[in-house]
Design a protein around this ligand. Sequence first.
Ligand code: E4P
Length: 217
Amino acid sequence: MKFFIDTANLDEIREAHAMGVLDGVTTNPSLCAKEGIADFDGFIAEICGIVEGDVSAEVVSTDYKGILEEGRKFARIADNVVVKVPLIKEGIKAIKTFSEEGIKTNCTLCFSPTQALIAAKAGATYISPFVGRVDDISTNGMQLIAEIVEIYQNYGYATEVLVASIRHPMHVVEAARLGADVSTMPFGVIEKLVKHPLTDIGLEKFLSDWDKLQASQ
Ligand code: E4P
């Protein structure tokens, strides 16, 4: 499974990259607003200078022509830019065109298997189902992932399932068990993937026993 970080914070991207397990980055307009990003193109260029893997840059246009203009501009920033396009009718049309032009896309704001199916037919590189937001409305986000993975396998679609809106480590575990291709997660979740209380207790004991051994010699 590929690990992407879902953030617009450069320090978090640098830190996750330094761990050596980061395969890509996703951003969105809300995350950029939170960080006060003024020069979006420059910001994407900076991320692409840190991370070799795919970096999603989201368009804010909602019409076919506008999405194409924004997306083509983003695609010129670096080879690893992926144009993130909302799952609306105009977005699907644009994804089809981007796919014919060899521009990679991440189809975002997916909440149903029918949306995922149509994005794959349009040639999206990634589909982003938002599991946390589905869970938030008392529905099963992981059931959505299972259905999308099954549908894509039935027809051999190349579109990768990028599990988004991840809120906790168990979302990552369940996504991996279902065979999803990518998990994109906040930095806090990446940190939690490493943690286990028995590791901390065990390490503390090993180190204190080692110190006792040294002191006795
Ligand atoms: C995905 O690409 C989105 O940026 C993100 O995962 C949304 O997560 P949220 O529902 O926590 O805002």
